[in-house]
Structures are given as structure tokens and as C-alpha cells.
Design a protein around this ligand. Structure first.
Ligand SMILES: [Zn+2]
Length: 482
């Protein structure tokens, strides 16, 4: 470790990072790492609190003469994503992360590095430990299990933090300041379906939509890519009646937070009309490929032989196709505050036919909680019109961007004074811990910042060493200014 530390600045931050990297801390297995954080806080003379799930809160009094300043909380998550290359003999439950230096970056041999968010934890501890650093009353909140469920943030007690400002240290691009995120809500519509005997002499065929790009249902929702379920519904709408098909099942999508790349329908066709059906599907595929153009050039719609299942009643089939045609998907509204930011969207994410019912699942997002709920209600109403019963779940709050807030101006001013240029102020259309923590602390002003990390959540994860040094100087500059 001493060899690695040589030439790395600031020393304290890197020392904490390397010590933390020696402790296993995959999500939901981070108890030892959280205990290490608490021990560092005790060693520094901080007030230490640990909550029921293992989040750690450290408090330190203001530096000399600054007790009247507003309190500042530094927040980071202690868990990390555990990914390794095939053939890498690494046990994430036991082995230290094999950190090494590669020129201007720090990496791990064949595994994720855990700079997401180990650098944030290390920076927060370094702020507590650095002699002579000017700051008001300081809190350090280290959360558990950000990566697989935001468990730590969700469990934070309302009012636990006393600070007026919160700096989340989990951003991945130096010079960028994140000031907002989206909340989310799941909606699942389900409809019991009855099976009716199909006319005799039918052939079972699978209509399959594939080859789409898909993507993250928040970050990529404005890209205009195809939704396999929606395209499938358009195809079914065009061919079910005209070719006297019976629908037996629809299936597609596999994650709530992914735009569906593939979907299929099982249909029972009159063998004498199969050739005409194939010709029609080929024509529809060409139309859709042309409509999507370069947005999704890989689209394929195919007809394959399949194993038969009993047919849905014609009324059920109409309802299922109708819902997949009519339900919202895509961008609902853009942000009036931040150019190019999606404010509200939904993802028509999954459909399945089993156990006597058809289920259709949506994930809606918005930075504005009222807009998110309104969209959930609209989806539920659309479901009801199609005879589906809708249930909501998995709701979490958004974080509305306020570009003119005083914390944003302070951080930007500190950056300008240090580096001679403004920060890039942005917000993301996906969930962050800030949205959840902020909801429990009305009036808490928040921003998120960090050094430059690349290829996070993969074994290629690496952090730019010079960006960490500049990130640290910015953090010190902000603490002094607030
Ligand atoms: Zn992170």
C-alpha cells in the first residue's frame, strides 16, 4: 500500500480509499466496511450513530470560529458492484480489491475497482481528518446497499441529518454538478383470461419482434428507439382480424427498467392463409424498419413454427392488444429548467401470459412527484378501460432541479474560483440516493459531485488520479465557502 500511495495526492483521501479497498463490501455484504467507517469516526473523535440497517452517521463540530455557519453533510455509499473477468480468481467475500496504478488512472486487476463510491467515502473521511480544513458543523452519512436497492437511503430516518446542505459524492464526471433526479413508480395491470377452443386444423405460429437496441428506461427513453411490445401490438392489430388468427399468448420485455428489445405472440392460424400472413408480416416489418430508420436499424419481425397453446377468447385478445396499443410509452414532458432533460416518462416494460391471466408492467419516472402519480393514474385508467386491474408499487421520490438554489451557486462559484470555468449543471432521468434522502429532510439543499470514473460496474472500472485531486480541492473550497 505504501508503494501505491507514493505520488498520490491528497494522501489522506487515498490512504482511506486503499484501506477500504482491502475490506470486502459487495452490496448487502458491507457490514465490515461500515464498521470500519464507524471506527474511523470514533478514532477522529466524532459523534457516531449507526441505524438499524447499518447506515453510519458521523458528526464533527465546526472548525474554529465557524460554529454559526450552516451545517454540511457529506454523503457516499459504502457498497460496491462486484464484477470480475472470466478466469479472474477473486473472492469478493474475502479478498482485498487488487488495486494497481496504470499511469494516470487507478484500476483493479480483473475486478471492479469500487471507486464507485469508495472515493466518495474516502473523501468524506478525509474531510473529517484533515487538520486545518475550514468548515461549519460537519456530518458524514455513509449509506449501505445503494447499488442493488437503495436500501440504505430508504431506511434513513426522517430528520436524522441536522445539516442545511448535503453534498452527495457519488457522481462520475469531474466538472459536472448533478442537481436533480427522477422518482419512479411501478404499475402492473392484470386481466384474467379465458381460453376458448380454437377452430380445428390450426397451425401454431410465433410472431416475433427482435433486434431492437432497447436501453435504460430512464437514461435512453428520449432516444426514440423501438419498443418491441408496442410494435408487436401494431402487427397484431393489423393481422389478427384480417387473417382470422386466434391469439394464444403475448410475452415480451424482461426488466422494468429496460426498454423491451424483444416480444412475441403465439397465434393459431388457418394453414391455408399462412403464406398470406407471412407476406403481410414481411411488409409490416419493412414499414417499421423504415419508420425507425437509423434509430433502430436491427428490427426484425419473423414468423416461426411453435408449440400450440389454447387460444384466448376473442374478447380477451382484443383487450390485450388494445392495452398494448393504447398505453403510454416514452417521453411525457421535458424539463423547463434544464435543457434536454426528460422530466416525465414511462416505459411499457413487460407483458406475460400465464396462470390464466395476462400481465402488463410499466415503470414511470418523473422529477416531479405529482406528475409521476398522475402518469401512474393515467396508466391505471387505461388498464381499467381494457378490463385490466392495475396495482402500483415500488414508489420512490424524485428530486426537482433548482438551478438557482444557493448551494448550486456556492459550489459553482468555488469551482470558478479554483478552475476558472463554470460547472456543467445537470440532472438525470433516473433514481439517486439524494431523491430519497431529500424527501426525509424538507428544506435540505443538495448537489452531487465527484471525480472522473469510467466503465463503472465493470472490471474495466478506473478512476482518473488527477481528477481526484481536483475534486478534493473543490470539496475543500466548497466547505470553506459555505
Ligand atoms: Zn455509486
Amino acid at each position: 500500500m505504501d508503494d501505491l500511495l507514493r505520488g498520490l495526492e491528497p494522501k489522506l483521501l487515498w490512504k482511506y480509499f486503499l484501506e477500504l479497498s482491502a475490506i470486502p463490501r459487495g452490496s448487502r455484504q458491507e457490514a465490515a466496511a461500515a464498521a470500519w467507517v464507524a471506527a474511523q469516526g470514533r478514532a477522529l473523535g466524532c459523534e457516531v450513530e449507526v441505524d438499524e440497517v447499518g447506515n453510519v452517521l458521523l458528526r464533527k463540530a465546526a472548525s474554529a470560529g465557524r460554529a454559526e455557519r450552516p451545517g454540511v453533510a457529506l454523503q457516499a455509499h459504502v457498497d460496491m458492484v462486484c464484477e470480475k473477468n472470466e478466469g479472474t480468481a477473486h473472492d469478493f467475500a474475502r479478498d482485498p480489491i487488487p488495486v494497481y496504478r496504470d499511469g494516470d488512472v487507478l484500476r483493479a486487476r480483473g475486478t471492479t475497482l469500487g471507486a464507485d463510491d469508495g472515493i466518495g467515502v474516502a473523501a468524506a473521511l478525509a474531510a473529517l481528518a484533515t487538520p486545518g480544513l475550514a468548515h461549519g458543523p460537519l456530518e458524514v452519512l455513509v449509506t449501505i446497499d445503494e447499488e442493488t436497492g437503495l436500501t440504505g437511503a430508504n431506511a434513513v430516518r426522517p430528520g436524522w441529518l441536522r445539516s442545511r446542505y448535503l453534498l452527495n459524492l457519488d457522481s462520475e464526471e469531474e466538472g459536472e454538478l448533478t442537481i436533480g433526479c427522477a422518482g419512479g413508480i411501478d404499475t402492473v395491470g392484470s386481466r384474467p383470461v379465458t381460453r376458448a377452443p380454437a377452430p380445428a386444423e390450426r397451425v401454431a405460429l410465433r410472431l416475433k419482434v427482435s433486434g431492437l437496441k432497447g436501453g435504460h428506461s430512464g437514461v435512453d427513453i428520449a432516444a426514440g428507439r423501438g419498443n418491441a411490445l408496442r410494435i408487436l401490438a401494431q402487427v397484431l392489430d393489423a393481422v389478427l382480424g384480417s387473417h382470422d388468427l386466434r391469439l394464444a399468448a403475448v410475452r415480451g420485455g424482461n426488466k422494468r427498467n429496460a426498454i423491451p428489445r424483444e416480444a412475441s405472440a403465439l397465434v393459431l392460424a388457418d394453414p391455408g392463409r399462412e403464406a398470406a400472413l407471412r407476406a403481410d408480416v414481411a411488409r409490416l416489418a419493412a414499414e417499421w424498419r423504415s419508420a425507425l430508420g437509423a434509430l433502430d436499424p436491427g428490427l426484425a419481425i419473423t414468423v416461426e413454427p411453435a408449440a400450440a397453446e389454447p387460444a384466448l377468447s376473442p374478447g380477451d385478445a382484443r383487450a390485450v392488444v388494445g392495452l398494448l396499443l393504447a398505453a403510454p410509452h416514452g417521453v411525457e414532458a421535458m424539463s423547463p429548467d434544464i435543457e434536454g432533460l426528460v422530466q416525465t416518462s414511462t416505459n411499457l416494460a413487460m407483458a406475460d401470459t400465464r396462470d390464466g391471466q395476462v400481465e402488463v408492467a410499466f415503470l414511470s419516472r418523473s422529477a416531479i412527484d405529482a406528475s409521476k402519480r398522475a402518469l401512474g393514474a393515467r396508466i391505471a385508467a387505461t388498464c381499467a378501460l381494457a378490463g385490466f386491474e392495475a396495482r402500483h408499487g415500488g414508489e420512490y421520490p424524485g428530486w426537482k432541479p433548482e438551478p438557482g438554489a444557493s448551494l448550486v451557486r456556492h459550489v459553482d462559484a468555488a469551482h470558478g474560483a479554483l478552475f476558472g470555468k463554470p460547472m456543467v449543471v445537470k440532472a438525470i432521468h433516473a433514481g439517486l440516493e439524494c431523491g430519497i434522502i431529500g424527501e426525509k429532510h424538507p428544506g435540505l439543499e443538495m448537489v452531487s459531485l465527484g471525480p472522473t470514473l469510467k466503465d463503472v460496474h465493470t472490471p474495466d472500472e478506473h478512476v482518473s488520479i488527477p481528477s481526484v485531486e481536483r475534486f478534493w480541492r473543490l470539496l475543500c473550497g466548497v466547505l470553506e465557502r459555505l
